[in-house]
Design a binder for this molecule. Structure first.
Ligand code: UDP
Length: 231
């Protein structure tokens, strides 16, 4: 694969603390992504914001404003992770769908392509730029826009199950599942808006656990027991 979009959840960056950043975890992710980049893969990154803020958690403030805070949380995450990536020797850029002054550059497909051509890892921060969406949807949207071959979904769980393995010890993991089945059975992969976008634009996904050692590199080589979501 020559261009992929890697989605990291916000909580994955926080480790056991569940909030903020766990630098050794992020550095380990950076070293794995560097292996892909050194092998000539163009890597785009979307990061969630759950380690700081989720728009729907506040019942007091207006949802639109709460979601703006969530989108800004993803910008903080991308600036942080981008710097850790630089510390291990990668070139990066952070693009947002809204102006953040000199902190980031505005997203466009042309800007993203220009950055990839310069060998940079491109961070797509700020979600879609709109409230009532998620970074799942931003992930699929950006993957489709930049014509990525596949989405790599690095999660706390190691694949897609027919039910929640935390509550059902008999839950069975899929080796492969179609996006139609994900939608019909409402399987927990990405949210419904993102799933439909995936289906309509035929964007495959590879779901695997971030906790497993070297899982991002292994997933790229097809050496991991995750789940392939086909289209
Ligand atoms: N968010 C948003 N629009 C987007 C992407 C994210 O409003 O396009 C906000 C929303 O408030 C969300 C938060 O950013 O709760 C963090 O994003 P993430 O996808 O991690 O949230 P989750 O799906 O876990 O709530």
């Amino acid at each position: 694969m020559s261009r992929v979009l890697l989605k990291l959840s916000g909580e994955a960056l926080a480790g056991d603390k569940k909030t903020g950043f766990d630098e050794p975890i992020v550095t380990a992710v950076a070293k794995q992504v560097k292996q892909l980049v050194d092998d000539g893969v163009e890597v785009g990154i979307v990061i969630g914001g759950g380690n700081f803020w989720r728009g729907r958690t506040s019942e007091t403030i207006d949802r639109t404003k709460a979601d703006q805070i969530g989108m800004l949380a993803t910008v903080m995450n991308c600036i942080y992770v981008s710097e850790i990536f630089r510390s291990v020797g990668m070139k990066t850029s952070v693009l947002t769908p809204f102006a953040c002054g000199s902190f980031t550059d505005l997203f466009s497909k042309d800007t993203a392509n220009r950055n990839f051509a310069h060998g940079k890892v491109v961070f797509f921060a700020g979600g879609t730029g709109h409230p009532y969406f998620s970074t799942d949807t931003a992930t699929v949207l950006r993957a489709v826009e930049i014509e990525a071959e596949c989405i790599l979904l690095a999660k706390a769980i190691d694949g897609v199950y027919d039910s929640d393995p935390k509550t059902n010890p008999k839950a069975v993991k899929y080796e492969e599942v179609t996006i139609q089945e994900v939608i019909d059975k409402q399987l927990a992969v990405v949210d419904m808006t993102a799933s439909i976008l995936c289906m309509e634009n035929k964007m495959p996904m590879l779901v695997f656990g971030l906790n497993e050692e070297n899982s991002i590199v292994k997933a790229m080589k097809g050496e991991i027991n995750g789940t392939r979501v086909t289209v």
